[in-house]
Design a binder for this molecule. Structure first.
Ligand SMILES: Cc1cc2nc3c(=O)[nH]c(=O)nc-3n(C[C@H](O)[C@H](O)[C@H](O)COP(=O)(O)O)c2cc1C
Length: 167
C-alpha cells in the first residue's frame, strides 16, 4: 500500500470488536512502534505495555468504574505508552510519535485504532498501574486502542491545518 493511502486510511474508528487480533499483525504494529523517533535517541525512557485478554477486560472495567465509560471503545488490544524522561515536552512528543506510528501500522493492516489521551484520566488507578507494572518514575503518556472494525463509521471532521508558506 502506498504511504499516502495508509495516511488517508488512518481514521479514529470508535466501533471496535473484541475479537483477538492476529499475532503477526500485533507483532508488526509493535515493530513499527519501535521505529518511531524519540528525543535524543533515549529509547530507554519509554516503555510500551500491550494489554489483551483478561488484563484488558480488567482495565476496561476500571475505565467504566472511574470515568463512567470504556474510553478504549471495546477493542481487543490496548497499547500503553509510558515514559520516564525528565522533560514533560519530550515525554509527550515521544509518546505522540510512537502513538502515530502505531496508528499508521494498524491502518495499513485495516485494524481499527484510536490514539487515546483519555487513559491519563485513570493515571492514579492502582489496578491499572499494577497491570502496567508502572514504576514510580514512569508516567502514562497515552495509549492506542486496537480492534477489528465493527463499523466503518468515523467522525465527519476536516483535516485542514493552516499552513503559512514563506519565501
Ligand atoms: C494527542 C491526541 C489525543 C487524542 N485523544 C483521544 C481520546 O482520548 N479519545 C478519543 O476518542 N480520541 C482521541 N484522539 C483522536 C482524535 O480525536 C482524532 O485523531 C482527531 O479528531 C482526528 O480524527 P481522525 O483520527 O479520524 O483523523 C486523540 C488524538 C490525538 C492526536
Amino acid at each position: 500500500m502506498e504511504f499516502k493511502e495508509v495516511v488517508y486510511k488512518r481514521r479514529s474508528n470508535r466501533f471496535l470488536s473484541d475479537k483477538p487480533l492476529k499475532q503477526e499483525d500485533l507483532d508488526y504494529i509493535l515493530e513499527i512502534a519501535q521505529r518511531a523517533p524519540v528525543g535524543m535517541g533515549k529509547y530507554e525512557w519509554t516503555r510500551l505495555v500491550l494489554l489483551e485478554g483478561d488484563a484488558l477486560k480488567r482495565v476496561q472495567q476500571e475505565f467504566v468504574k472511574e470515568i463512567g465509560k470504556d474510553v478504549s471503545y471495546g477493542g481487543s488490544a490496548l497499547i500503553y505508552i509510558l515514559h520516564k524522561g525528565a522533560s514533560e515536552a519530550i515525554d509527550n512528543l515521544d509518546g505522540g510519535a510512537i502513538a502515530e506510528h502505531i496508528c499508521l501500522a494498524a491502518a495499513e493492516k485495516d485494524i481499527g485504532n484510536v490514539f487515546l489521551w483519555s487513559v491519563t484520566r485513570t493515571k492514579e488507578n492502582k489496578v491499572i498501574n499494577d497491570l502496567l507494572q508502572k514504576q514510580e518514575d514512569e508516567k502514562i503518556i497515552a495509549a492506542v486502542t486496537l480492534g477489528y472494525k465493527a463499523s466503518e463509521e468515523v467522525r465527519d471532521i476536516s483535516h485542514k491545518i493552516e499552513i503559512l508558506k514563506v519565501k
